[in-house]
Write a protein that binds this ligand. Structure first.
Ligand code: MN
Length: 427
């Protein structure tokens, strides 16, 4: 299924009067504060969030999976799904592939399908947290950190193979998340596990093309419940510093211990120039993989306040970082959920762009705690949705992506095409 531009335009026409009124009112309000709304709208339009190939189907939990129907059955159909999202919001212009779930058989045809939908290939992701069919050695007790060099070698070769697939598609980065760790005290020698992992990563790093990066993701716990080899941003940064300038730290919002100050982690990594980018999601208890902004929107805003500050300080534009959604959908339509997530990201970004940084710095220097809080909350409490809608409209997208998705009965169409009982490849 493909959404035509005239369908988007028609739907926008029906909403435009209301939207124009809201936008005019907001522009006036912002103008009084000396904020140029058009600049914010342009920044939003330039912000692209990658969609991972594994988020297009219902994920489920270890207790069960309730497939929604019409899920993509092949890599081609996954690319088409991201094409639908991008047509609707013009902010989801790339797809991040997972190997081996999404091995591209013919790179050229998949590239031409992607470019026909105005999509690029984002970072490629390796997988050594599961055993694959016909695999010689098991990852039950680890991969890059394993005590057996033969297992480490197999895991290193897998990562090098992933780089090769990525090169064929025009990706520029390899993303590594390691599940390696231990479930019980005494099971693992922390130092040896770290050193084995470093050696393995160095072998992978040596195979990176000149213009590539490797993103090192960390996670506090799960699937291992006592220790994880790359457990926090400090460990991840340590690996990156030892590897070299092509290695950066990837922050996944759900991979922290409860109540971690993620915005401070972001600020520190950006100060060191070692932030690769983000895996966005939300959670209440742990790595819940919920829709971005659904539980703690204020935290997301505070993170964006640091991101905007860090990008300014480093003179780097948003497109030089890797932004991706990493979520799972158990009870929602995955495509609607992704549209909600992208909108939440853009809302937080817009609010962060409204912060009066000069006044904030003055308040900080005068230890005016009340004013500093007020400046942030003024921005956070602004309803910026008209700006987000306008950025999508100006880029050729919809003023109301989920409304149009439902209006066009996209999921029904997909079920007619693909069947009511489909299970997307992946988790
Ligand atoms: Mn992640």
């Amino acid at each position: 299924m493909k959404i035509d531009q005239y369908q988007i335009d028609q739907h926008n026409d029906s909403l435009s009067q209301r939207h124009d009124n809201h936008l005019r009112f907001l522009k006036e309000q912002l103008g009084e504060q000396g904020i140029n709304a058009s600049e914010v709208i342009s920044a939003l339009a330039a912000f692209q969030v990658a969609i991972p190939s594994w988020a297009l189907g219902t994920g489920g939990t270890r207790f069960g999976r309730f497939s929604g129907g019409g899920e993509p059955r092949s890599l081609e159909e996954k690319v088409e799904d991201v094409g639908l999202l991008h047509a609707l919001n013009r902010s989801s212009g790339s797809i991040s592939l997972h190997i081996p779930w999404d091995i591209p058989q013919q790179a050229e045809s998949i590239i031409s399908l992607a470019s026909s939908l105005d999509l690029k290939f984002d970072a490629v992701n390796s997988n050594t947290f599961q055993d694959q069919k016909d695999q010689a050695h098991s990852y039950k007790f680890g991969s890059l950190s394993h005590v057996d060099p033969a297992v480490r070698k197999q895991a290193v070769e897998h990562n090098i193979e992933v780089i090769k697939y990525g090169k064929d598609l025009g990706s520029k980065a390899l993303s590594i998340w390691l599940s390696d760790g231990s479930c019980f005290p005494g099971q693992s020698n922390f130092v040896r596990a770290f050193q084995n992992t470093l050696e393995s990563l160095q072998e992978i790093y040596a195979e990176l093309p000149a213009d590539w990066k490797v993103y090192v993701e960390y996670k506090a716990y799960e699937p291992n419940f006592y220790s994880t080899v790359i457990q926090d941003w400090g460990s991840s940064l340590l690996f990156c510093q030892k590897l070299g300038p092509k290695a950066d730290v990837l922050v996944d919002l759900g991979h922290h211990l409860p109540n971690a100050n993620i915005e401070q982690i972001v600020a520190t990594l950006m100060m060191e120039g070692r932030l690769a980018g983000f895996h966005f999601n939300d959670s209440k208890y742990g790595d819940d993989d919920l829709t971005v902004g659904s539980i703690r929107p204020y935290m997301l805003f505070l993170i964006f306040v640091e991101l905007v500050e860090g990008m300014k300080r480093a003179h780097r534009s948003a497109d030089t970082y890797a932004w991706m959604i990493d979520a799972s959908h158990n009870v929602k339509d995955p495509l609607e959920d992704l549209l909600q997530s992208v909108e939440a990201i853009l809302i937080s970004y817009a609010q962060a762009l409204l912060v009066d940084r000069k006044k904030l710095e003055q308040a900080r220097n005068q230890n005016d705690v009340v004013l500093a809080q007020q400046i942030l909350q003024n921005a956070f409490r602004t309803d910026v949705r008209p700006l987000v809608r306008e950025s999508m409209r100006l880029s050729g997208g919809s003023l109301d992506p989920i409304g149009l998705f439902r209006n066009l009965k996209v999921r029904n169409e997909l079920m007619n095409e693909r069947g009511r009982v489909t299970v997307a490849t992946g988790l």
